[in-house]
Design a protein around this ligand. Structure first.
Ligand SMILES: Nc1ncnc2c1ncn2[C@@H]1O[C@H](COP(=O)(O)OP(=O)(O)OP(=O)(O)O)[C@@H](O)[C@H]1O
Ligand SMILES: [Mg+2]
Length: 290
């Protein structure tokens, strides 16, 4: 049976599939996680999808990148169980909703060792708003083995491994997969993983070769879309706008439109996930041993 059509915030009617919760991860700093989270969220919102962007980084870069300076509760208060998620969600550009972050998120990280099932708190919080969204996009901090990333991986329906097409990217990506696998084992769950290349500069031979190597290693799990290096993507966060709000005709917006189209196609294919690697609990299903 096909799902009932729903009306998006933009008024466009579409056939929403099951809620997709995407965790954008890599333990490598500065590889484009936040840029990809913010602009993929923007591209999905522009397509008429109902999108919640969640900032899981105490640095609050995603929060700033959509021009929000939180005055009320944030994800920190939600995870510390001082506020309800509905009180913390705010509206951002392009009809996006944001669950903002602030430095106080570090307090949750510190408190988590004393908490039972600390890694399940985001998932439980999201339960209250699940039917309001088509996509939840989780921007993870660089510490992939920390409790914030564990929350993202526990809550996600799929992980997107963000790989900068630069030096040591393949080794970094494989190391990240091992961390994801370890988290999956400790959480006794398996999740599908897809890989997205970022900061791609076609004029660099090294970057082209790296892309070929990523494809050889990850096959169909590597998205066809690669996010190219773009000045617009550097400018947009300083203006507090996703690139679709700043310059919808830009090359960067086109890249994220293409990525959003692939992510939407993945939803249509769920739960079979033919393109994804399956990482986590079941050792025989390990994509790392193949
Ligand atoms: N495709 C791109 N073109 C140009 N600049 C980019 C691109 N992607 C990211 N950047 C820039 O690279 C820097 C790091 O990107 P970003 O903040 O998205 O990485 P991150 O993985 O979230 O970092 P962290 O690990 O600190 O959270 C930023 O200054 C960002 O503007
Ligand atoms: Mg970031």
């Amino acid at each position: 049976m096909s799902p009932a059509p729903s009306t998006s915030r933009s008024g466009r009617r579409h056939h929403a599939g099951p809620l997709q919760v995407l965790a954008l991860v890599n333990q490598k700093g500065g590889c484009g996680k936040t840029t990809t989270a913010v602009n993929l969220a923007g591209a999905l919102a522009r397509r008429g999808e109902r999108v919640l962007l969640v900032d899981l980084d105490p640095q609050a870069h995603a929060t700033m990148a959509v021009g929000v300076a939180p005055e009320g509760p944030t994800l920190a208060e939600v995870l510390l169980e001082e506020a309800y998620i509905e009180q913390a969600i705010v509206e951002g550009p392009l009809g996006l909703h944001l669950l903002p972050s602030r430095a106080r998120l570090i307090e949750f990280e510190e408190a988590s060792e004393r908490l039972l099932h600390a890694e399940q708190r985001l998932q439980h919080a999201l339960d209250a708003v699940r039917d309001r969204y088509d996509f939840v996009v989780l921007d993870c901090p660089p510490r992939a083995d920390g409790v914030l990333c564990a929350n993202a991986l526990f809550a996600c329906t799929r992980a997107l491994l963000v790989v900068e097409t630069g030096a040591f990217a393949l080794q970094g990506a494989l190391q990240a997969l091992r961390i994801l696998e370890g988290v999956g084992e400790s959480q006794e769950r398996t999740y599908p993983v897809r890989v997205v290349g970022t900061l791609f500069d076609r004029s660099q031979r090294f970057a082209r070769e790296l892309l070929i190597a990523l494809h050889a290693r990850f096959g169909r799990a590597l998205f066809d879309t690669v996010i190219r290096t773009s000045v617009r993507l550097r400018e947009a966060p300083a203006m507090g706008l996703p690139v679709h709000a700043l310059d919808p005709a830009s090359r960067a917006a086109a890249d994220f439109d293409a990525l959003a189209a692939e992510v939407v196609a993945d939803r249509a294919a769920a739960p079979h996930e033919p393109h994804a690697l399956h990482i986590g609990a079941a050792p025989e299903a390990s994509a790392l041993t193949t």
